[in-house]
Design a protein around this ligand. Structure first.
Ligand SMILES: [Ca+2]
Ligand SMILES: [Ca+2]
Ligand SMILES: [Ca+2]
Ligand SMILES: [Ca+2]
Length: 197
């Protein structure tokens, strides 16, 4: 674990604390979060300026820092090389989309996830090639490969997806109107569904 990860953990826990406070209706959330961010010194002046007036939105820097604060990426990295290869990458989606953890993707899970990730032009029936109303790993991998996400997310073209490439890729998929921000409601719901504790 490097120093950036350690800083990220503290930051992310503060952010989750902020989310919980927000959901219970407390009003101090914004100032608490701002104070925490300033003291951890993980953000640049530009980012702070950009977000001071817009605490309800997320840019990909903030998103990346928060994503780095959970253990999901290292859990998916089965061979511990700090990178996701294609198998690890596919598994990361299969396991997070499988909300009820029964190691199958049913149609509801698939519908929810494809909507959240802005995946269009696909049908569950096309992915479920053996027509048993479940997607197993192989069916999922074949269907998911149609989107070419791995190659699109692998910006440096080394054939692997780093943690930052992963969070940037997620941000890109979730930012469906392509304005470079996610609003807090959208972000909280999706983030907690797939990457929450
Ligand atoms: Ca790996
Ligand atoms: Ca399932
Ligand atoms: Ca099937
Ligand atoms: Ca890469």
């Amino acid at each position: 674990m490097n120093i950036n990860k350690i800083l990220g953990v503290g930051f992310g826990m503060a952010m989750f604390a902020g989310f919980s406070a927000c959901s219970t209706g407390e009003t101090e959330t914004a100032s608490e979060v701002e104070t925490t961010e300033t003291t951890t010194e993980v953000r640049t002046e530009t980012e702070m300026d950009a977000n001071t007036d817009a605490m309800a939105t997320w840019d990909n820097e903030r998103f990346g820092t928060t994503f780095a604060s959970n253990t999901m990426y290292s859990d998916w990295d089965a061979n511990d090389d700090d990178m996701l290869d294609e198998n690890e990458f596919n598994t990361s989606f299969y396991s997070t989309w499988d909300e009820n953890d029964d190691n199958m993707l049913d149609e509801n899970e698939w519908n929810t996830a494809t909507a959240d990730f802005g995946i269009t032009g696909q049908t569950y029936a096309d992915w479920d090639t053996n027509k048993d109303s479940k997607l197993d790993n192989n069916e999922f991998n074949t269907g998911f490969a149609k989107g070419d996400y791995m190659r699109n997310w692998d910006k440096d073209r080394d054939g692997k997806v780093s943690q930052r490439e992963y969070s940037d890729g997620l941000f890109m998929m979730w930012d469906t109107n392509k304005d470079g921000t996610l609003d807090n409601n959208e972000y909280n719901t999706r983030y907690n569904r797939y990457y929450g504790m």
